[in-house]
Design a protein around this ligand. Structure first.
Ligand SMILES: *Cc1c(COP(=O)(O)O)cnc(C)c1O
Length: 841
């Protein structure tokens, strides 16, 4: 327990729970879902919440009033669900994730509550263009990329499947930075997404938690038993902000609870009383820093103290919230596994494990062994990577300073775990060192993935290949020690957002062909296989794709003054910029095409007209990634300005790739670039979104590409590159990228052209670091896979000549990818890990 002298004396007010009124036997019912009812509610909100008359209202006012109106329709259901979950005490999922990349909320919530048409008509009656209101919404960018978007898909699926769930995370005041380009180089702008407020959130400052840090630990005698306790040094408050997570057409609404940090009142008050106003303000600012900004690193975490503070901050608040507020009073903790599973989305929330142990042992007086047995049933861990540099570690020094009691607990977990290891494997010191949660080099640190693996009931990878490599390569000793702990759940994406909202024209065509119902039962898309043989259906499918390209062209014109020409093959690579994802390989293909024409070896008229679209943010401190962005933009400038290539090749790189842009780009794409080095991409989810929207994939045998290819068939997928075992074999033989450079004429010419300064106004130094990295290091074997990639792209060109056959393949991609619904992922989690029954209807 915290030192009493530090506890706030104005203790958190407790809300009386038993208030009652004859009119309040049930939540206030939703307004009538007629257009008139909607208009009335909208005007009420405009007048009473925004304080403006319709005639005087701004677009912002109207957007807020519309959002409030949609909220009002969901409210009764939300309140009912909260009550139901309290009453039934069914087992639920607490999803712990440092990131939720939600995308815009308005359309999703209209769709879920069947109000899309009513709202459009109501706005039209008010003389309002609903499109302008849609455009007004700022997307909450509370995540970096795939991992955060996965969390958003999962909570959507859980709500749609009526599984009780609370998503817990952080309400960053600034989300992922807004990317702009200046002279082709990335410039980061702060993402001030809360400037105008956020109509979708419900803050509850009265329910704030105090979260403690620092200090020291001590032992004390508790009636003959020696116990430990933590005397923390400083604290912040965690204020919960609740968000509705509506299920699709099922009347269920789950909760996303994001925590915001503030100063404890006792903290600044003491300083204020002593007259040090500046110190009081400093403390306030310091505390608010914790939830100030999302760390923009993706796959390469930096061991920054503030990041650990963020992690502990939201985990401690979430665990306590569940135990104190969600569980009924007096709940028997021994029965906790019947009530909850805490799913750890990567290692970011793993500090929840020692916090849970601390609460059980230090605060609730439970025996260590009993507490540990509970922990091992109540947590499960999802690993998201194969890159060694992405496995999070915290120096013992830092962790001990910030969370001294947690470090002691981790040491004890490790001690007892290593005893078990000795029992099973004998005194194999090498193995003991390899399996220790504490690593000794280069400095003594806690390996968070190991802690999660030891604590979790299950450990899952995110695609078949990844789960296998996780067992065989990343955690082999652990999989031998815990043979039943490891499992796979292949990722998925929500068809609500990524088909229904992103691609309404395709959604309508599917509904016409298959009837309604596929949105929540995506395997039904199989029914499209038969339609793929129908020329009329193919023509309509092709028209949908063409219309989506026109729509994208309008969006990009409005946004960036880019144009997408009719009839071009739209070749898209959108994802975070990372060397392992190999945007460089894509770029070398483009430079090769350009060089062949520029040198006169190929006539421009012989090229398949293509528009290349890139979308990618680089972590601000990742120099190589930022240089690659600069090179893509530089190549784009030269190619786009070349009159010879006019109408043949275009390279577009709209800045600030985010969910909103993804929803426009993906439905328009013909070709999906999924070209990571085999064995490096854990799963990918972008690959699934594209295939479900009728793009063909050019890809390596990596992540979920493997499963996509198995499902769609080799004829409908452009495979290239080494397999993971081939990559390993090449490393073992000794990989010398310069040999590939010397031996491949096209590759040499493309690289020489870049090195010559052709894309940098003659300056040979700008891109030299990229070129020498490729020639002498090339960790991700870009050069080794180049020839195979170019060859596959030539197969793409040839296939695109037969538009009708291409369309047939595209339809088969949609038809055979129903497996990649995040609803299926959730079913797999339920069957293999959570064992939660769906709540009674
Ligand atoms: C789906 C998605 C991602 C993940 O893409 P991958 O290709 O799997 O890396 C990243 N960012 C956004 C905005 C997404 O929608």
């Amino acid at each position: 327990m915290p030192d009493a002298s530090l506890a706030p004396d104005d203790a958190t007010p407790t809300q009386p729970r038993a208030a009652t009124h004859p009119l309040a036997i049930a939540p206030v019912p939703s307004p009538p879902s007629s257009v008139d009812g909607f208009v009335k509610q909208f005007l009420l909100n405009l007048n009473f919440d925004r304080g403006v008359a319709l005639s005087e209202s701004s677009v912002t006012d109207q957007y807020f009033a519309l959002a409030y109106t949609v909220r009002d329709y969901l409210m009764a259901r939300w309140l009912e669900d909260q009550k139901r979950q309290r009453d039934t005490q069914a087992k639920g999922v607490c999803y712990l994730s440092a990131e939720y990349l939600l995308g815009r909320q308005l359309d999703n919530n209209l769709l879920a509550s069947r109000l899309t048409d009513v709202a459009s008509e109501a706005m039209a009656q008010c003389g309002i263009d609903i499109e302008a209101l849609r455009a007004e919404e700022v997307e909450p960018g509370l995540g970096n990329g795939g991992l955060g978007r996965l969390a958003a898909c999962f909570i959507d699926s859980l709500a749609t499947m009526s599984v009780p769930n609370i998503g817990y995370g952080i309400r960053y005041e600034y989300g992922i930075f807004r990317q702009t380009f200046v002279d082709g180089q990335q410039v980061e702008q702060p993402d001030a997404w809360l400037t105008y407020g956020n109509p979708w959130e419900f803050p509850h400052p009265e329910a704030a938690q105090t979260i403690w840090f620092g200090g020291y630990t001590e032992t004390y005698d508790d009636g003959g038993v020696t116990r430990s306790r933590w005397i923390p040094g400083w604290s912040v408050v965690a204020v919960p902000y609740n968000y509705m997570v509506p299920g699709y057409h099922n009347g269920r609404v789950n909760t996303l609870r994001l925590w915001s940090a503030g100063a404890t009142s006792s903290f600044d008050l003491r300083e204020f009383n002593s007259g040090d106003y500046q110190e009081a303000v400093r403390a306030q600012v310091f505390a608010e820093n914790i939830s100030k900004v999302l760390y923009p690193e993706d796959s390469t975490p930096q061991g920054k103290e503030l990041r650990l503070q963020q992690q502990y901050f939201f985990c401690a608040a979430s665990i306590r919230d569940f135990l104190d507020n969600v569980l009924p009073e007096g709940f028997d903790l021994e029965r906790l596994p019947e009530r909850v599973i805490f799913q750890l989305n990567d290692t970011h929330p793993v500090i929840a494990v020692p916090e849970f142990m601390r609460i059980l042992v230090d605060e609730r007086g439970m025996e260590w062994d009993a507490a540990w047995a509970l922990t091992q049933q109540c947590f499960a861990y999802t690993c998201h990577t194969l890159l060694p540099e992405a496995l999070e570690v915290w120096s013992v020094d830092l962790l001990g300073r910030l969370l001294p009691r947690h470090l002691e607990i981790i040491y004890r977990i490790n001690e007892e775990f290593l005893l078990e290891v000795r029992e099973k494997f004998g005194d194999d010191e090498m193995r003991i060192r390899n399996m220790s949660i504490i690593s000794e080099f280069p400095q003594r640190s806690v390996r968070m993935a190991y802690l999660a693996t030891v604590a979790g009931a299950k450990v899952n990878g995110v695609a078949e290949l990844h789960s296998q490599l996780l067992r065989d390569k990343v955690l082999p000793d652990f999989s031998e020690f815990y043979p039943d702990k490891f499992t796979n759940v292949t990722n998925g994406v929500t068809p609500r957002r990524f088909i229904r909202l992103a691609n309404p024209a395709l959604a309508d065509l599917i509904t016409e062909a298959l009837g309604a119902g596929w949105t929540v039962d995506l395997e039904r898309l199989r029914g499209l296989e038969a339609h793929a043989e129908d020329p009329e259906f193919r023509a309509r499918f092709a028209e949908v794709k063409a219309a989506n390209k026109r729509r994208l062209s309008e969006v990009l014109w409005h946004r960036d003054r880019f144009e997408v020409s009719d009839g071009h093959l739209l070749d898209v690579m959108v994802k975070r910029l990372h060397e392992y994802k190999r945007q460089m390989l894509k770029l070398l293909h483009i430079v090769t095409l350009y060089e062949r024409v520029a040198s006169g070896r190929v006539a421009a008229s012989d090229l398949t007209p293509r528009t290349f679209i890139f979308g990618a943010k680089a972590a601000p401190g990742y120099d190589m990634a930022k240089r690659i962005i600069h090179l893509i933009n530089s190549v784009g400038s030269v190619v786009n300005a070349d009159p010879v290539l006019e109408g043949r090749l275009k390279v577009l790189f709209p800045p600030n790739y985010n969910v909103t842009l993804a929803e426009r780009v993906i439905p328009a794409a013909d070709l999906s670039e999924q070209i990571s080095l085999a064995g490096k991409e854990a799963s990918g989810t972008g690959n699934m979104k594209f295939a479900l929207n009728g793009a063909l994939t050019i890809g390596t045998d990596d992540g979920a590409n493997v499963e996509i290819r198995e499902l769609v068939g080799d004829d409908n997928f452009f495979l290239f590159g080494q397999t993971e075992p081939e990559v390993e074999a090449l490393w073992a033989r000794g990989y010398r990228p310069a040999e590939f450079y010397r031996e491949n004429d096209d590759l040499r010419r493309a690289m020489d052209l870049i090195a010559s300064g052709a894309f940098s106004g003659g300056d040979r130094s700008v891109f030299e670091p990229i070129m020498s990295n490729l020639l002498y290091d090339d960790r991700f074997m870009v050069l080794a896979d180049y020839a195979s990639y170019i060859d596959a792209q030539e197969r793409v060109d040839a296939a695109y000549q037969d538009q009708d056959a291409w369309t047939r393949s595209a339809i088969l991609n949609v038809a055979r990818c129903g497996f990649f619904s995040s609803d299926r992922s959730m079913r797999d989690y339920i069957d293999r890990i959570w064992h939660t029954p769906p709540a009674p209807a």
